[in-house]
Design a protein around this ligand. Structure first.
Ligand SMILES: NC(=O)c1ccc[n+]([C@@H]2O[C@H](COP(=O)([O-])OP(=O)(O)OC[C@H]3O[C@@H](n4cnc5c(N)ncnc54)[C@H](OP(=O)(O)O)[C@@H]3O)[C@@H](O)[C@H]2O)c1
Length: 319
């Protein structure tokens, strides 16, 4: 199958494109730079056709729609649409001439967790502009399916990570190696409230797996959305305990109020932590397992282990 991957060299694409090439698909990748950012470009990437373009610049200049209309493909995987008007252009460009359009959403479109684990058919109650826009894109795609049979699927990833892309850390931030160093050295880590807010990671290769499974089983995937997450979410407390255990000791934790934590970590880190604890995501993978055979290769513990091994091997984390 001819597959066009828009934004195919980042976290997801670095794993997805080799998967598609090795499965025998004829893959064209759109990016500004024709190189994968997170995997080795000698592996499978030599068989990729490059469409080097700056989407933002072309959207501004009004030439992006024309570029898309000129591309011949059977399927489109759009990894970098964030606003409804961008998606409108994509739907217009490919309506009636492709078999499958796969959009990359986010679990932030679900909103803060009300029922856990969240299933894809639960109501969307996004609270951030990012989540609101992604939820609207999903609704627009569903409407286009109902109206014209536009053949879409939406994949909603959790917190994406990989060997060279640090996971959301056990404090709920993405603040370099500081928290890992503290847990490795047996120093105190501060957690908000009782440390029971959850985070839900996913390895980029598991996101890629779900895109591939959807692409290759359209009968199961059309007009559906799937959460791309690890088998289970973990609390910050659980994440701290696990990472400390990798270094052979108990996590030393101090539980503080949100206001105290903001003072301790600073405004920038706090903004990231606050968004995570307010969402406390926890999504189900049952639908992906049942309809597509999704089998995530990585738990959160395995994600942390892979990243910490990488940090130790590069010297970024010293203990
Ligand atoms: N990060 C997360 O934890 C997370 C969680 C949930 C959902 N998501 C969703 O994941 C998607 C992003 O996927 P990702 O994390 O794989 O992205 P990423 O790592 O940021 O990679 C972005 C890709 O798009 C290309 N790109 C960026 N700007 C471009 C432009 N102006 N023109 C053409 N190509 C451009 C990049 O290549 P060049 O730089 O060479 O152009 C690269 O291939 C989004 O839809 C986001 O909502 C992310």
């Amino acid at each position: 199958m001819r597959v066009l991957v828009i934004g195919g060299t980042g976290h997801i694409g670095s794993y997805l494109v080799p998967r598609l090439v090795l499965a025998g698909h004829d893959v064209t990748v759109v990016a500004r730079n024709p190189h994968p950012q997170y995997t080795d470009e000698r592996l499978a990437w030599t068989r990729v056709t490059w469409e080097v373009a700056d989407r933002s610049a072309e959207e501004e200049a009004g030439t992006w729609a024309e570029r898309m209309a000129g591309l011949e493909t059977d399927a489109v995987i759009d990894l970098i649409t964030f606003r409804t008007e961008q998606n409108d252009v994509m739907m217009q460009a490919f309506a009636g001439r492709i078999e499958h359009f796969l959009h990359c959403g986010t679990i932030w479109s679900y909103g803060p967790t009300e029922r856990a684990p969240y299933e894809e058919h639960f109501p969307r109650r996004p609270t951030t502009q990012y989540g609101i826009d992604k939820a609207q894109i999903e609704a627009d795609l569903h409407r286009a399916w109902c109206r014209d049979g536009f053949p879409y699927t939406v994949i909603h990833p959790g917190h994406i990570c990989g060997r060279r892309w640090l996971p959301i850390d056990p404090q709920g931030s993405r603040d370099g190696v500081g928290v890992y160093r503290k847990l490795a050295r047996g120093e105190t880590v501060h957690l908000p409230d009782l440390g029971l807010a959850t985070i839900h990671h996913v390895h980029a290769d598991d996101v890629a797996q779900l895109f591939q499974l959807s692409l290759e089983q359209p009968g199961q995937a059309l007009d559906e959305s799937f959460s791309a997450v690890a088998p289970y979410a973990m609390s910050l407390l659980g994440c701290c305990r696990f990472v400390a255990s990798l270094f052979g000791h108990e996590a030393i934790l101090e539980f503080v109020s949100r206001a105290q934590l903001q003072t301790i970590v600073g405004d920038r880190s706090w903004a990231v932590i606050e968004s995570h604890i307010e969402h406390s995501p926890c999504s189900s993978i049952a639908k992906g397992q049942h309809l597509l055979g999704y089998q995530p290769r990585y738990t959160t513990e395995q994600i942390y282990t892979e990243c910490i091994e990488h940090l130790l091997s590069t010297g970024e984390l010293e203990i």
